[in-house]
Design a protein around this ligand. Sequence first.
Ligand code: ING
Length: 317
Amino acid sequence: MTMSDNRKLGIAVAQMGPVHLADDRKAVVARLVEMLKEAAARGARLVVFPELALTTFFPRYWMSEEEAEERFFEHAMPNAHVQPLFDLAKSLGVGFYLGYAERTAGGERFNTSILVDASGNIVSKYRKIHLPGHSDHKVDAPFQHLEKKFFQVGDAGLPVVEAFDTRVGMCLCNDRRWPETWRMMSLQSAEVGVLGYNTPSLNIHWNEPVHLRMSTHLISLQASAYQNAMWIAAAAKCGSEDGHHMIGGSVIVAPTGEIAARTVTEEDEVIVANADLSLVEGFREHVFNFAKHRRPEHYHLIVERVGAGEPLPLKNI
Ligand code: ING
């Protein structure tokens, strides 16, 4: 493979253990600060924190939108709670990805992530597109999954920005299960994709074996990294939050689809990989040379249809 001289980017994933209802944002941010320090000391220039990193995974609880906004949404970003994180990152010359519940000045509510560069500037914002779960109160369920109640579908597309001497795309949790998410990033020439997630171990919709939560999580990321020739860094918030368990399995996946680093606990844990971005070039030049091999004229159903429909009429050959 012809590869330019090694372009290396130190990427860290800062996995979080549980955040309980009783944990305030000050204590949570102090944990993020500690992990940012460790990541920087281990050579990272970009640190990935989880989805909804500042609070417990509140969509598991039934409450009014107003109560959720009051207790769990950020009405400005940055704000006094997260300022220590922005200040430290700037002083260390390190950038980060952070997931949080965004309440806009106009009263909209999104499950949001931001990308902050090494100068402490927000250079990209993403609002979750694939919202899993439901909006009704499932009174017989052991917990709720009310992302469709508390958040609107994202309106910021799937942004890819020049940052950290490469191109970085962002998504959130359930987005990782949809191939369209990653193809939208790779068609914008992203080399690195970053995301946070909160994935309950228990499926409230059917009795899915618990081990499948980890396997489908890893398959989604490893296949997507390979099929789009990207580095992917995914940060869990995990462990038991007030008795509700979520999977760990934070990983950094190479464009080969191989796992370059993964966590082994369900607590705050930092993993780092010195990502060789030139690995992307080989796959983009040969196997996944989009310009040479893709045939969008045959893929029209992918954007024309929402749900599955009838087979297309056969060409009489
Ligand atoms: N959580 C889960 C996720 O996509 C889920 C929800 C799990 C949906 C497993 C389908 C299957 O990892 C969030 N927050 O999206």
